[in-house]
Write a protein that binds this ligand. Structure first.
Ligand SMILES: C[S@@+](CC[C@H](N)C(=O)[O-])C[C@H]1O[C@@H](n2cnc3c(N)ncnc32)[C@H](O)[C@@H]1O
Length: 343
């Protein structure tokens, strides 16, 4: 039985004042659904949410931000999910592929699988071993109920902070497809960059990683720090430079009617380094990323200060200005928090 309860969606403005400024707007529609079902759940960390909260209070890795939410609207599919599923469909059509492992990092309430019965044939779904990973047990409960009805070859959910997924998910497991959608802005910058490397080492030889996130949020979340496509480009290619691979990632930018986003796809076979070589370079890569992230945060803070200074001196005359001021304040806090955590 599926019980659907919709809360009012947060309607983003078609035009956001920050779009005309160096800041980017940000959007999020939050419609909530409660779905009931159950099947064979996978192992979970003892109390992952408490664990995340403790990390937050200790100022360490931190867990999920309290404003974090996950879309679950079974009536619609988001373009980023559609893109990932289009890639997936192509891979599953390969007659040589009989089984296919999919790891959905920060799977949330399972929005990406909310229309899977329609998106993939029964034959394709029966090839899939789906593993959803998230810090929030309530979110995955909703996802699990949907997964149960999809006739996957198998499915499971595991819980933990993103920074520890390598320790939580069985170290022997490799995945043919890894997705991480709409989540980068909720992770600390260092954790997010490290996630890419961890995920690469979890790909099967022909596996592919798909990451999508918004550049900005229309409804701000306290502590969220959306990344821009150019910043992702800088960070990932700095990592590949240190790794010494000829691979160069080219993030795509996406202008939607209400927000902008970026996506990255990385095929494991294009990176001419072994998992061991990636592991060995990890320390050096982390140091380089720390330095790049530091520069990005400094630049953004300067930009944010300039904007807030301008509002401080001249005020916010229009409703758009008022929204821009609010978003700048949220950004200011997120930047300070990110810098503090890094110290
Ligand atoms: C906005 S939702 C996105 C959900 C889904 N991927 C989607 O595209 O709809 C972000 C998800 O990231 C999870 N999350 C946030 N911070 C996390 C962390 N540090 N470790 C693991 N999961 C985290 C949240 O619990 C939430 O389910």
């Amino acid at each position: 039985m599926i019980i659907v309860r919709f809360a009012p969606a947060h309607r983003p403005a078609d035009y956001h004042p920050l779009a005309a400024r160096p800041f980017a707007p940000f959007i999020k529609r939050m419609q909530r659904t409660v779905v009931k079902a159950n099947k064979f759940a996978f192992s979970s960390a003892a109390d992952p949410q408490a664990d995340g909260q403790e990390k937050y209070e200790n100022g360490g890795n931190m867990g999920a931000i309290a404003d974090s939410d996950a879309v679950h609207d079974i009536r619609r599919i988001l373009p980023q999910h559609q893109s990932a599923l289009t890639l997936l469909n192509g891979k599953l059509q390969n007659p040589a592929v009989q089984s296919f492992r999919w790891l959905d990092l920060a799977c949330g309430k399972g929005q990406i699988i909310s229309q899977l019965e329609e998106n993939l044939s029964a034959n394709q779904r029966q090839k899939l071993a789906y593993l959803g990973y998230d810090i929030n047990v309530e979110h995955t409960r909703t996802a699990e109920r949907m997964a149960d009805a999809l006739q996957f070859a198998s499915y499971s959910f595991q819980h933990g902070d993103m920074s520890s997924f390598n320790g939580v998910v069985d170290s022997g497991m490799k995945f043919d497809f890894i997705t991480c959608t709409n989540t980068a802005h909720e992770l600390q910058p260092g954790a997010f960059a490290a996630l890419f490397l961890d995920a690469l080492r979890r790909l099967s030889p022909k596996g592919e990683l798909f990451v999508y996130d918004m550049e900005s949020l229309t409804k701000p979340e306290l502590g969220a720090l959306p990344w821009r496509s150019a910043e992702i480009n800088t960070l990932l290619n700095a990592a590949f430079e240190v790794l010494g691979t000829s691979f160069h990632v080219e993030p795509s930018g996406w202008s939607h009617s209400t927000c902008k986003g970026w996506s990255v796809t990385i095929q494991r076979e294009y990176i001419d380094k072994t998992d061991e070589q990636i592991g060995e370079a990890q320390q050096q890569i982390s140091e380089r990323l720390e330095s790049e992230i530091g520069k990005i945060l400094d630049e953004r803070l300067q930009e944010c200060n300039r904007m807030l200074d301008s509002f401080c001196r001249f005020g916010a005359e229009t409703a758009d200005d008022a929204t821009a001021k609010l978003l700048a304040l949220y950004e200011f806090w997120a930047l300070h928090r990110a810098k503090e955590v890094r110290q």
